[in-house]
Design a binder for this molecule. Sequence first.
Ligand SMILES: [Zn+2]
Length: 315
Amino acid sequence: MSGSKLELITDNIWIADGFDLHMPNRTGTYIFNEEKVTLIDTGPSISVPHIKKAITSLGKSLEDITYVIVTHVHLDHAGGAGLLLQEAPNAKLVVHPRGGKHLIDPSRLTQGARAVYGEVFDDLFEPVVPVPAEKVIQKDHEETLTLPSGRTLVFLDTPGHAKHHFSIFDKRTNGMFVGDTIGVHYVEAWKHGREIYLPSTSPNQFDPEAMTNSLSSILSYKPSRIFFGHYSASSNVENVRKQISYWLPIFVEKGKEIQQQGRNHEDLAKELIKEIKAYYKINHVEEDDLLMKAISSDMLICSMGILDYLAKQRA
Ligand SMILES: [Zn+2]
């Protein structure tokens, strides 16, 4: 296990870096460190040792975990849930109504991820352990969950990135946990003096219209802080809105151009990266810098999702 990183964000909400893709600042687990412990997103199984270490550092044990909430069932958010639950005997898993069955039987999920990640799948995601059905709680749109501390969470159905995606509003901090619904926060950009948010349009349920509606529905709660799946939180909510609303139509338009030219997702990724570098004036940032590595790998996956969506529109 590489290093560990645990940071307090606000009001007993911590983030543990899960070193997804073996990179720092990519994917995190939020920990509500109260008398009992609630987690939001586990990351993949390779992140579980980091979560265990974080819980110990906070003076808690795995027996203290009452809820493990997953924003959606993509393996970089929920792939480690089954493995963690094996060691957290008192924990229930909270998931979107469309997601539960895929964690109880993860075969379709792993098949889909293998198609996207190819030969690096085993290294990044194995093992994917099924979650026992009796541990699963599903939450529909606007249902709530009251934690043992009295903190109330509200669940919002927020499709666009995936149909099995909800966002979670924490009334106490006025914060919204959005998973991948309204994009990725590139924290590595800060060291270059930039603030960067880009849509996350992974295959194979990307739907730009649903994503736009979900953005509106999230903003209708007037959150003062957005907790991203990748990575950490931002209080610059207006900037998040501006950037995601700016890029989403560009991603789709560029996709249409590439599709009409009969080119592939790698070509689309190159085009998007070019646009992104120009817009944020980051042409000077080296390719092996963590910021560019993250953007490049994300744009490959985003491009697959955009072309997949456009192909379905034609069909
Ligand atoms: Zn996702």
